[in-house]
Structures are given as C-alpha cells and as structure tokens.
Design a binder for this molecule. Structure first.
Ligand code: BGC
Length: 698
C-alpha cells in the first residue's frame, strides 16, 4: 500500500469508506458504474464503463471495434494490445477510469449469446489475448476489468445457474486467462453472476480470496457484476470489494437506455436478466455489519485500499488524467485492420479474390447494414460506419447490384424486445428470393451476406442461420456457379449448403469498418489473415449436446466433458469438425520446412510462400505427450502460434514461443509438470499438421 493510500485510510470515517465500495448515480450520466469519491480528502470519483469492444456510453459515440472473437481470430495478440490502448485513449477522452473488459470466458457452448465478446475455446489462445488487451488498456492509465470470473460460459439462467466443475478442469481450462490478466497487473476483476459448486461467484471465498487474491496475489478490486450482489456479509467476507451498480434498476435502465418492459423489477430473475432488486446491499447493510462484527474492519479497509490503490496507479489520486483521444484516424484504421486480420476464409474454389471489373450481385437481408456487434452491454455507437454495400460499391470497377432477397433481420437486443422470434422484422417491402436469384444470374459473381443474432442474456436457440437465409443461399447457388457466402456471426453456424458454393468467409461481427474491411478481402487487397478460434461442427457433435451439460438440469450444469472442450473433444472422440480450430485459408500458398527446437521453450520453422502473391500465414504449435496418457487427457494442446506475412516467393523463419500452460497438469497436490516425452506438431490447424519436433525439456 502506498503512503498516500495509508494516509487516506487513516482519515476516512466508516460512512465514507462504505461510500467507496458501492456504486451511486453518476451526476454526469455517462458511467456504467460510479463511485462518488470523497471531496473532503480530494478523492475524485471513479467511473467504470462498458465494455470489451469500445467505450459504450448511451448517447455518446466511440470507435466500434470488431468483436473480441474477431480480434482473437487474427491469432495476433499485438493487435489486442493496440486495440486495448486505443480503447484506453477513448475512455480517457470520455472521462472514464475503468474499462469493463476484456471478457475472457472460454467458449464452451457454441450457442452462448456472448461468445462474440470472448476470445477462444483454448486457454493458451485466450490468455494470450487477455494479457495483451489488459496491457494495452492500462498502458493509457485506464484500469481494465477482466470478466466474468469464472465459468460464465452460457447466458441461459446465467444469474442462477450452478456450475459443477472439477478442480482440474477449472484450473487447466477456465482459470488460466484470468491468471494471465492478474500477472499482467489487471486493476479489476468482475465476479460472474453464476455459482460454482453451489456458491455464487460474488461470494466465493475459495475462488475470490483463496485463488485470486492469496494464491495469485491479485491486488486490485473485485467488483460484482451488475445487480449480482445478494448479501453484503457473505460477499464482503467472501472477497467481493465493490458492489455495482448500487442504484435502482429504474435509474440504471434510464442511464443505459433500456426498454422499461425488459426491466423486470419484480424481484424475480428470468434467468438471463439480472434481478434488479439486488441493489444497495453494501449501502444498506455494510456499516451495520462492521459494527456488529460480522465483517471485520480490516476487511473494509482492504476493500477501500484496493479501490484507492487502483486510483493511485492511474494517477487519479494525484489529479492526473491523460487527455485521451476519440475517433482518431489511427483508431479508424485500426478498427479496419483488425476486421481484416480477423476475417477467416473457410473455403475457396478459386472464385475469390474477385476481379476488379467483375459485375457483382450483393445479396442478403442486411447488405446495407454494418454489423457492429451483438446485443447487450458491449453495444457501441460509432462516429462512422460502412456497410458491405458501401464498401463493395466504393471498391468495385464493375457493376454492383443490390438484391436483399429477404426482409431485414433486426439486431438482437435485450434492451428492445420488439422483434419476432427469428429476428425478421415484419416484411417491410417486396423483397423476395426470386429477385435475388435474378440479380445473381445477371452478375459475374453473387456475394451473399448472412448473419446470426446473438445477445447477452440469451443463448442462440440453435446454430442455424435465422429466417430463410439457408434457402436464400441455396437458391442463389443453384442459379449461378460463382457464389460467395460471407457469414457475420457470433460463433459457429451450420452450413448445410457448403458444398454448393464457391467460397465461404467467416467475417464475425466486424464493427464500424465492416464494409471497407470485407471489400478489401473480397478483392484481394488484403489477405484474409484470420483462423478459427472456435471449432465449426454440427450442433449434435459438440460436447455440450446433452441437457445435463447445457443448459443444465435442476439449475445445475455439469462440466463432465472435463477438459475435452473444443478441438480437444473432436480429437478425442469420433465426432468430426466441419472446420477445425485454427483453420483458415490464405490467397497465397505455403510450404513448411526445417522445424527445430531453438531453446527450452521455442520452436522455429521455415515457411515458404510458394505462390505469386504476398500472404499471411498463422503457424500453430500443438504439444502432445508420447508417454502413457489417461483416457480423459487432451491428446494435443495448443502451446503457441504466430501470424506472419510472407512476401511472394520468399521464405521466413518463424519462432513460436511455447507457453508453459501446455506442459503442466493440476492434481491433488497442485501443479506439476506433465510427463513427456513431448512432440510439438507444427500445424496450420488442429488437424492440418505439417511437421513434428521431438522436444528436449531443459
Ligand atoms: C454484464 C457485464 C457488464 C455489466 C454492466 C452486465 O449485465 O454481464 O458484462 O459489464 O452488465 O453493463
């Protein structure tokens, strides 16, 4: 604790201390969560703001970056650092102090409504991005708040569901990204709504006080998720430091522009929406609990010290705040660059890239909409946006015809319940699949844009594209032999038409630069740099395809698949992926040679671009033990990766750092090194392995 913080603690009275650990109404009306400060002692207010893909202040604007899953698809954490720093500058420009992100829950359930806000199904991949984004945000003297700690992997019943997970799985799969954020010095952690093994995360003494604080040495503050505090004493003693938002559901709804109809104040949770009667637990009860001895005074001092230490670290206690910058040209370019780098070319029979002078039919319900993100607390309103129609029209030398084919599919939102189940708004015009087919026939190439609808507070009902989008693709593909499908989705979707089309691009939720970025990839100005951070498979093939595993039974969801999540499951079972983890194609072609171990934790491989165009390759290293393994052991784990640009005809030596997480196991007596000998497979995806290296451990 700094002398400054100690001195303040000496001065603060009980009431003032309590006021520093629960939210209040922000007089400026901008913060998602607000601590008022103590004027008498020059402690300024602390403003916390959503969220992971840009600064969300209703009524104000900020750069809308691509979804976190799109960022992660770049397999390039340095972009995460850049995005974090840009968001930090924008938070400063908006007078905010804590950014409520990154979200780094593992993508366990393909349906999860918030997968677009998370990074990956793999712990090493997730932790690399969690660390990078935290470092980026905090490099601008804004605190990051990593969320949602822990095992918040579904939205169905998210506020009540109890996760039954064994310790080894928790340690090896779900905790590493949070640990990496702590090691990167994260200022704040948000406790998840769900319970783990019977205890709500906002009062989970073993995971908050034990693991996070005592074991990992986290010295920042733990905030509740919004309206996620049920009991002052249990939370404070369990390790929660700050209750948010601390204001009535009505005041909060007005602040974030929520529809009143959605704002259930009945005191009963509907599962996805938090129970907004959960307020002011600390304000109403904490002082009395201290006086009664139910919460030790030292605990309150610790809670306050953690908040003040965070404020000291970013200069706020000394009245400092960087000016920041908003919507800077560099932020616009970065948003576009990340959207390009996260775009995944799933399949291509040569129809892409498009010729400059090709006549193009742009088909799809939302071709004139930039897909900014999914619904919920991550929604950002940008200064500028480009739709696919804008981007392609601007880039094309040939004719561009727009034929929607289907009525618009409304953005999903828990703030607005006016759309129908499948998301199609009432047919507003005379759009028909026949018109789209006709446009496709008249063009050289048809590009069909399709989308899903995902939002916080709800999981997707299935992995199908909503409405009649599958029919639209099939009709267009039948009419022309040059069909490209561009998917804007929050995660995997089923692609029943995939053998019938010429190319498929997974473009996620690309944010404000949607149109410019996709045009750049379609025409080959940029190589599609993305690879899948989640496995694409048929719905029934995922490990969570039983009710007990998702969405749970009797309020409990059982993680009995253990560590066999994502590609680990597909490798260990007879189920097949449609597109594996790590998959994605370049317009160039690459050959791998000379894989070797450089030192204890680095493998080097030479990648040659054998084509006549520059391209980007994502080299992946999966480690496996050739010793006797247990049946429930993952067979192969991602240990490292690198994204490299290789000029046409040239070769580059690529170094891949192997993360120690892939070489350890958690057992009854804690962490131990896993048993070798180890082989590292140098690969282009979890299943496309090119070379192997026998590893010497030093
Ligand atoms: C979400 C958090 C978010 C908070 C504040 C909650 O419903 O789960 O991720 O930061 O609201 O908007």
């Amino acid at each position: 604790m700094t002398d400054h913080v100690t001195a303040l603690l000496d001065e603060l009275d009980l009431e003032e201390k309590v006021s520093l650990v629960h939210g209040a109404i922000d007089p400026a009306g901008t913060a998602t969560g607000y601590l008022p400060g103590v004027e008498r002692l020059d402690i300024p207010p602390l403003r916390l703001v959503d969220g992971p893909v840009g600064v969300r202040i209703p009524g104000r604007k900020a750069t809308a970056f691509p979804a976190s899953l799109a960022l992660a698809a770049s397999f390039d954490p340095s972009l995460g650092r850049e995005q974090g720093a840009a968001m930090g500058r924008e938070a400063n420009a908006h007078d905010q102090d804590v950014l409520l992100g990154p979200g780094t829950n593992i993508v366990r359930v393909p349906h999860c409504g918030r997968n677009f806000e998370y990074f990956s199904e793999d712990p090493v991949h997730s932790l690399s991005f969690a660390r990078a984004v935290v470092e980026g945000i905090q490099s601008e003297d804004v605190l990051a708040c990593v969320k949602h700690y822990v095992a918040n992997n579904q939205e169905t019943n998210r506020t009540t569901v109890d996760v039954a997970v064994d310790e080894r799985t928790l340690r090896e799969l779900y905790l590493p990204a949070f640990r990496a954020a702590v090691d990167a010095g994260v200022g704040s952690v948000m406790a998840a709504y769900n319970a783990v093994d019977g205890t709500p995360m906002s009062e989970h003494e073993r995971l908050l006080r034990g693991v996070l604080k005592d074991e990992w040495g986290f010295d920042g503050f733990v905030t509740s998720d919004w309206f996620g505090t049920e009991d002052a004493v249990r939370s404070a003693t369990g390790g929660l430091d700050v209750e948010m938002p601390g204001i009535s559901g009505e005041a909060f709804a007005a602040l974030v522009g929520m529809d009143d109809g959605e704002n259930d104040q009945s005191g009963e949770s509907d599962g996805g929406m938090p129970d907004m009667a959960n307020i002011a637990r600390f304000e109403a009860n904490l002082a009395a609990a201290i006086e009664a001895g139910d919460v030790p005074r030292e605990r309150l001092d610790d809670m306050v010290a953690r908040v003040l230490t965070g404020m000291k670290r970013i200069g706020r206690l000394d009245g400092e705040r960087p000016e920041g910058s908003l919507d800077a040209p560099a932020h616009r370019t970065l948003a576009e660059r990340i959207a390009v780098r996260g775009t995944v070319l799933l399949a291509n029979d040569g129809v892409l890239p498009l010729d400059d002078d090709a006549d193009v039919a742009l088909v799809g319900s939302n071709v004139d909409t930039a897909i900014l993100g999914g619904g919920g607390s991550s929604e950002v309103t940008p200064f500028v946006r480009s739709s696919p129609a804008d981007g392609v029209t601007e880039r094309a030398d040939g004719d561009v015809t727009v034929a929607h084919g289907l009525p618009p599919i409304a953005d999903p939102s828990f703030f607005d319940a006016t759309t129908s189940e499948d998301g199609e708004t009432a047919a507003s015009d005379d759009r028909s699949i026949d018109d789209a087919v006709e446009a496709a026939r008249g063009a050289d190439t048809a590009v069909v844009f399709v989308r899903d609808r995902a939002t916080e507070a709800r999981d997707r009902p299935d992995l199908r594209l909503p409405g009649e989008q599958d029919d639209l693709i099939e009709a267009v593909a039948e009419a022309t032999d040059r069909t490209v499908v561009v998917i804007n989705s929050s995660g995997p979707v089923e692609l029943p038409w995939r053998e019938e089309v010429g190319a498929i691009i997974e473009n996620w939720y690309p944010g404000q630069a949607h149109g410019d970025a996709i045009a750049s990839v379609l025409y080959g100005d940029s190589d599609p740099g993305g690879r899948l951070p989640v496995t694409f498979a048929a719905e029934s093939a995922y490990p969570t395809a039983t009710t007990a595993r998702f969405p749970g039974e009797g309020g409990v969801v059982k993680y009995t698949e253990g560590r066999l999540v994502g590609y680990r499951h597909f490798e260990a079972t007879e189920h097949e992926a449609v597109y594996p983890f790590g998959h994605g194609r370049s317009y160039a072609a690459f050959a791998y040679r000379d894989a070797e171990q450089v030192d204890g934790s680095t493998v080097r491989v030479t990648v040659e671009n054998t084509s006549s165009r520059a391209g980007r390759e994502v080299v992946q290293a999966y480690v496996r033990s050739t010793g006797a393994g247990r049946a429930d052991e993952p067979r192969r784990e991602l240990a490292g990766f690198a994204s490299v640009r290789v000029p046409a005809g040239e070769s580059v030596a690529v170094d891949i750092d192997l993360h120690k997480q892939a070489f350890v196991r958690y057992g009854d007596d804690g962490w131990r090194n896993s048993e070798g000998p180890f082989v590292v497979d140098v690969a282009r995806s979890a299943t496309d392995r090119r070379l192997s290296v026998d590893l010497r451990r030093e």
